[in-house]
Design a protein around this ligand. Sequence first.
Ligand SMILES: C[S@@+](CC[C@H](N)C(=O)[O-])C[C@H]1O[C@@H](n2cnc3c(N)ncnc32)[C@H](O)[C@@H]1O
Ligand SMILES: Nc1nc2[nH]cc(C(=O)O)c2c(=O)[nH]1
Ligand code: SF4
Ligand SMILES: [Mg+2]
Length: 235
Amino acid sequence: MTLRIAEIFGPTIQGEGALIGEPTVFVRTGGCDYRCSWCDSLHAVDSAHRHDWHPMSAEAVWDEVERLSGGTPLTVSLSGGNPAIQDFTQVMALGQSKGYRFACETQGSIAKPWFGALETLVLSPKPPSSGETVDWADFEDCIAATGAKTQVVMKIVIFDANDYDWARAAAGRYPDLPLYLQPGNPDVDPDLPIKTQDSLDRMLWLVEKVTSDGWFTPRILPQLHVLLWGNKRGV
Ligand SMILES: C[S@@+](CC[C@H](N)C(=O)[O-])C[C@H]1O[C@@H](n2cnc3c(N)ncnc32)[C@H](O)[C@@H]1O
Ligand SMILES: Nc1nc2[nH]cc(C(=O)O)c2c(=O)[nH]1
Ligand code: SF4
Ligand SMILES: [Mg+2]
Protein backbone atom coordinates (compact mmCIF):
# COMPACT_ATOMS: atom_id res chain seq x y z
CA MET A 1 0.00 0.00 0.00
CA THR A 2 1.54 3.29 -1.12
CA LEU A 3 0.74 6.60 0.53
CA ARG A 4 0.94 9.99 -1.21
CA ILE A 5 2.84 12.25 1.14
CA ALA A 6 3.31 16.00 0.73
CA GLU A 7 5.58 16.39 3.76
CA ILE A 8 6.60 14.86 7.08
CA PHE A 9 7.92 17.35 9.60
CA GLY A 10 8.63 17.95 13.25
CA PRO A 11 8.91 17.62 16.08
CA THR A 12 6.96 20.85 16.46
CA ILE A 13 3.98 21.73 18.63
CA GLN A 14 0.38 21.20 17.66
CA GLY A 15 -0.71 24.78 16.96
CA GLU A 16 -4.47 24.32 16.89
CA GLY A 17 -7.42 22.97 18.82
CA ALA A 18 -7.72 20.37 21.54
CA LEU A 19 -4.05 19.30 21.56
CA ILE A 20 -2.58 22.83 21.25
CA GLY A 21 0.94 23.06 22.62
CA GLU A 22 1.58 19.32 22.52
CA PRO A 23 4.81 18.15 20.87
CA THR A 24 4.01 16.31 17.65
CA VAL A 25 5.29 15.12 14.28
CA PHE A 26 3.08 15.91 11.28
CA VAL A 27 2.42 13.60 8.35
CA ARG A 28 0.75 15.68 5.61
CA THR A 29 -0.83 13.77 2.76
CA GLY A 30 -1.27 15.05 -0.78
CA GLY A 31 -4.75 15.45 -2.26
CA CYS A 32 -8.09 16.79 -1.07
CA ASP A 33 -11.72 16.35 -2.09
CA TYR A 34 -12.39 20.01 -1.08
CA ARG A 35 -11.11 23.32 -2.43
CA CYS A 36 -11.61 25.80 0.41
CA SER A 37 -11.23 29.38 -0.82
CA TRP A 38 -8.87 30.19 2.08
CA CYS A 39 -6.95 26.89 2.41
CA ASP A 40 -3.57 27.47 4.07
CA SER A 41 -2.13 24.18 2.74
CA LEU A 42 -2.66 24.41 -1.01
CA HIS A 43 0.71 22.76 -1.59
CA ALA A 44 -0.97 19.58 -0.31
CA VAL A 45 -4.26 20.13 -2.14
CA ASP A 46 -3.74 21.60 -5.58
CA SER A 47 -2.76 18.99 -8.16
CA ALA A 48 -0.35 21.57 -9.63
CA HIS A 49 1.89 20.51 -6.71
CA ARG A 50 1.45 16.77 -7.20
CA HIS A 51 4.98 16.37 -8.55
CA ASP A 52 6.22 17.35 -5.09
CA TRP A 53 4.20 14.60 -3.41
CA HIS A 54 6.13 11.43 -2.63
CA PRO A 55 4.79 7.90 -2.99
CA MET A 56 5.89 6.19 0.23
CA SER A 57 5.28 2.80 1.80
CA ALA A 58 3.85 2.64 5.32
CA GLU A 59 7.26 1.45 6.54
CA ALA A 60 9.02 4.43 4.94
CA VAL A 61 6.52 6.87 6.50
CA TRP A 62 6.98 5.20 9.85
CA ASP A 63 10.80 5.23 9.62
CA GLU A 64 10.74 8.98 8.99
CA VAL A 65 8.41 9.67 11.94
CA GLU A 66 10.64 7.56 14.18
CA ARG A 67 13.78 9.32 12.93
CA LEU A 68 12.29 12.80 13.51
CA SER A 69 11.07 11.89 16.99
CA GLY A 70 14.34 10.20 17.92
CA GLY A 71 12.40 7.03 18.74
CA THR A 72 10.60 8.69 21.66
CA PRO A 73 6.84 8.06 21.50
CA LEU A 74 4.69 11.15 20.95
CA THR A 75 1.46 12.08 19.22
CA VAL A 76 1.63 11.85 15.43
CA SER A 77 -0.70 14.30 13.65
CA LEU A 78 -2.12 13.12 10.34
CA SER A 79 -3.21 16.06 8.19
CA GLY A 80 -3.27 17.11 4.56
CA GLY A 81 -5.01 17.65 2.20
CA ASN A 82 -7.54 15.16 3.41
CA PRO A 83 -5.71 12.25 5.07
CA ALA A 84 -8.98 10.30 5.00
CA ILE A 85 -8.51 9.69 1.28
CA GLN A 86 -5.69 7.30 2.18
CA ASP A 87 -5.16 4.20 4.32
CA PHE A 88 -3.22 4.72 7.56
CA THR A 89 -3.99 1.29 9.06
CA GLN A 90 -0.44 0.04 8.67
CA VAL A 91 1.35 3.24 9.73
CA MET A 92 -0.77 3.38 12.89
CA ALA A 93 -0.16 -0.29 13.70
CA LEU A 94 3.60 0.26 13.37
CA GLY A 95 3.51 3.35 15.59
CA GLN A 96 1.10 2.11 18.21
CA SER A 97 3.16 -1.06 18.71
CA LYS A 98 5.89 1.33 19.89
CA GLY A 99 3.68 3.49 22.11
CA TYR A 100 3.01 6.39 19.71
CA ARG A 101 -0.45 8.02 19.65
CA PHE A 102 -2.30 9.24 16.57
CA ALA A 103 -4.48 12.27 15.89
CA CYS A 104 -6.10 13.07 12.55
CA GLU A 105 -7.29 16.38 11.09
CA THR A 106 -10.05 16.06 8.51
CA GLN A 107 -13.04 18.00 7.27
CA GLY A 108 -15.36 15.02 7.88
CA SER A 109 -16.26 14.21 4.27
CA ILE A 110 -14.80 10.67 4.10
CA ALA A 111 -15.00 8.03 6.85
CA LYS A 112 -12.37 5.33 7.19
CA PRO A 113 -12.22 2.16 9.35
CA TRP A 114 -8.81 3.23 10.70
CA PHE A 115 -10.53 6.15 12.49
CA GLY A 116 -11.40 3.45 15.05
CA ALA A 117 -7.76 3.19 16.14
CA LEU A 118 -7.18 6.96 16.51
CA GLU A 119 -6.63 8.56 19.90
CA THR A 120 -8.02 11.89 18.58
CA LEU A 121 -10.18 12.74 15.58
CA VAL A 122 -10.42 16.46 14.82
CA LEU A 123 -13.42 17.14 12.58
CA SER A 124 -13.35 20.55 10.94
CA PRO A 125 -16.61 21.11 9.02
CA LYS A 126 -16.29 24.02 6.65
CA PRO A 127 -18.30 27.25 7.11
CA PRO A 128 -19.86 29.23 4.21
CA SER A 129 -16.79 31.45 3.63
CA SER A 130 -14.88 28.34 2.46
CA GLY A 131 -17.18 27.95 -0.55
CA GLU A 132 -17.74 24.28 0.39
CA THR A 133 -20.98 22.65 1.59
CA VAL A 134 -20.99 20.09 4.39
CA ASP A 135 -22.76 16.78 3.87
CA TRP A 136 -23.80 16.03 7.46
CA ALA A 137 -24.51 12.35 6.71
CA ASP A 138 -20.85 11.92 5.67
CA PHE A 139 -19.79 13.86 8.77
CA GLU A 140 -21.81 11.52 10.99
CA ASP A 141 -20.26 8.49 9.24
CA CYS A 142 -16.88 9.82 10.40
CA ILE A 143 -18.06 9.99 14.02
CA ALA A 144 -19.54 6.50 13.73
CA ALA A 145 -16.21 5.11 12.45
CA THR A 146 -14.33 6.10 15.61
CA GLY A 147 -13.59 3.68 18.43
CA ALA A 148 -14.35 3.63 22.14
CA LYS A 149 -10.96 5.19 22.96
CA THR A 150 -11.15 7.92 20.28
CA GLN A 151 -11.61 11.47 21.51
CA VAL A 152 -13.69 13.24 18.82
CA VAL A 153 -13.65 17.03 18.73
CA MET A 154 -14.97 19.69 16.37
CA LYS A 155 -12.88 22.66 15.24
CA ILE A 156 -14.51 25.39 13.18
CA VAL A 157 -12.70 28.20 11.38
CA ILE A 158 -14.47 31.57 11.54
CA PHE A 159 -13.85 34.38 9.07
CA ASP A 160 -16.97 36.52 9.56
CA ALA A 161 -20.34 36.91 11.28
CA ASN A 162 -21.99 34.57 8.80
CA ASP A 163 -19.49 31.81 9.65
CA TYR A 164 -20.09 32.49 13.34
CA ASP A 165 -23.87 32.01 13.00
CA TRP A 166 -23.24 28.87 10.97
CA ALA A 167 -20.87 27.54 13.68
CA ARG A 168 -23.54 28.05 16.34
CA ALA A 169 -26.03 26.04 14.33
CA ALA A 170 -23.43 23.32 13.59
CA ALA A 171 -22.54 23.13 17.29
CA GLY A 172 -26.23 22.76 18.10
CA ARG A 173 -26.34 19.59 16.01
CA TYR A 174 -23.54 17.97 18.02
CA PRO A 175 -23.86 19.13 21.65
CA ASP A 176 -21.67 16.25 22.85
CA LEU A 177 -18.61 17.17 20.74
CA PRO A 178 -16.09 19.49 22.46
CA LEU A 179 -15.95 22.60 20.27
CA TYR A 180 -12.97 24.77 19.31
CA LEU A 181 -13.27 28.00 17.33
CA GLN A 182 -10.30 29.37 15.43
CA PRO A 183 -10.16 32.73 13.64
CA GLY A 184 -9.47 32.39 9.92
CA ASN A 185 -6.15 33.52 8.51
CA PRO A 186 -6.69 35.39 5.20
CA ASP A 187 -2.95 35.83 4.47
CA VAL A 188 -1.72 32.35 3.65
CA ASP A 189 1.13 33.09 1.25
CA PRO A 190 4.16 31.24 2.73
CA ASP A 191 6.50 33.86 1.26
CA LEU A 192 4.84 36.83 2.98
CA PRO A 193 4.89 37.71 6.69
CA ILE A 194 1.57 37.59 8.55
CA LYS A 195 0.05 40.78 9.94
CA THR A 196 0.28 39.91 13.63
CA GLN A 197 -1.90 42.77 14.87
CA ASP A 198 -4.62 41.80 12.36
CA SER A 199 -4.48 38.19 13.62
CA LEU A 200 -4.87 39.36 17.21
CA ASP A 201 -7.73 41.69 16.20
CA ARG A 202 -9.58 38.76 14.57
CA MET A 203 -9.05 36.67 17.70
CA LEU A 204 -10.33 39.53 19.89
CA TRP A 205 -13.39 40.01 17.67
CA LEU A 206 -14.25 36.32 18.07
CA VAL A 207 -13.70 36.31 21.84
CA GLU A 208 -15.87 39.41 22.26
CA LYS A 209 -18.59 37.96 20.05
CA VAL A 210 -18.77 34.70 22.02
CA THR A 211 -18.69 36.37 25.42
CA SER A 212 -21.19 39.11 24.55
CA ASP A 213 -23.57 36.44 23.17
CA GLY A 214 -23.26 34.42 26.37
CA TRP A 215 -22.24 31.40 24.30
CA PHE A 216 -20.09 29.52 26.76
CA THR A 217 -19.67 26.20 24.95
CA PRO A 218 -16.66 26.74 22.67
CA ARG A 219 -13.02 27.30 23.44
CA ILE A 220 -11.47 30.00 21.29
CA LEU A 221 -7.87 29.50 20.23
CA PRO A 222 -5.48 31.16 17.76
CA GLN A 223 -3.29 29.20 15.35
CA LEU A 224 -0.32 29.27 17.70
CA HIS A 225 2.14 28.08 15.03
CA VAL A 226 1.07 30.95 12.75
CA LEU A 227 1.71 33.48 15.53
CA LEU A 228 5.14 31.93 16.12
CA TRP A 229 6.29 31.18 12.57
CA GLY A 230 3.84 32.89 10.22
CA ASN A 231 2.92 30.75 7.21
CA LYS A 232 6.26 29.01 7.07
CA ARG A 233 5.98 25.41 5.93
CA GLY A 234 7.28 22.48 7.91
CA VAL A 235 6.53 23.85 11.40
C1 LIG B 1 -5.14 22.39 6.05
S1 LIG B 1 -6.41 21.54 6.90
C2 LIG B 1 -6.02 19.83 6.53
C3 LIG B 1 -7.00 18.86 7.15
C4 LIG B 1 -8.39 18.81 6.57
N1 LIG B 1 -8.41 18.93 5.14
C5 LIG B 1 -9.27 19.87 7.20
O1 LIG B 1 -9.55 20.88 6.55
O2 LIG B 1 -9.65 19.68 8.35
C6 LIG B 1 -5.93 21.66 8.63
C7 LIG B 1 -6.71 22.66 9.45
O3 LIG B 1 -6.38 23.98 9.00
C8 LIG B 1 -7.55 24.75 8.98
N2 LIG B 1 -7.33 25.88 8.07
C9 LIG B 1 -7.08 25.80 6.74
N3 LIG B 1 -6.90 27.02 6.20
C10 LIG B 1 -7.03 27.90 7.22
C11 LIG B 1 -6.96 29.33 7.29
N4 LIG B 1 -6.73 30.09 6.21
N5 LIG B 1 -7.15 29.91 8.50
C12 LIG B 1 -7.40 29.14 9.61
N6 LIG B 1 -7.47 27.80 9.59
C13 LIG B 1 -7.30 27.19 8.42
C14 LIG B 1 -8.61 23.76 8.53
O4 LIG B 1 -9.92 24.20 8.81
C15 LIG B 1 -8.23 22.55 9.35
O5 LIG B 1 -8.81 22.63 10.63
N1 LIG C 1 2.28 23.43 14.23
C1 LIG C 1 1.27 23.13 13.42
N2 LIG C 1 0.06 22.89 13.95
C2 LIG C 1 -0.95 22.54 13.09
N3 LIG C 1 -2.23 22.18 13.42
C3 LIG C 1 -2.88 21.84 12.29
C4 LIG C 1 -2.01 21.96 11.20
C5 LIG C 1 -2.38 21.54 9.85
O1 LIG C 1 -1.95 22.14 8.86
O2 LIG C 1 -3.14 20.57 9.74
C6 LIG C 1 -0.79 22.42 11.71
C7 LIG C 1 0.50 22.72 11.16
O3 LIG C 1 0.77 22.70 9.95
N4 LIG C 1 1.49 23.07 12.05
S1 SF4 D 1 -10.53 20.63 3.38
FE1 SF4 D 1 -8.65 21.21 4.46
S2 SF4 D 1 -6.93 20.74 3.08
FE2 SF4 D 1 -8.83 20.58 1.87
S3 SF4 D 1 -8.99 22.56 0.87
FE3 SF4 D 1 -10.16 22.72 2.82
S4 SF4 D 1 -8.72 23.45 4.40
FE4 SF4 D 1 -7.52 22.81 2.59
MG1 LIG E 1 -2.07 24.25 8.78
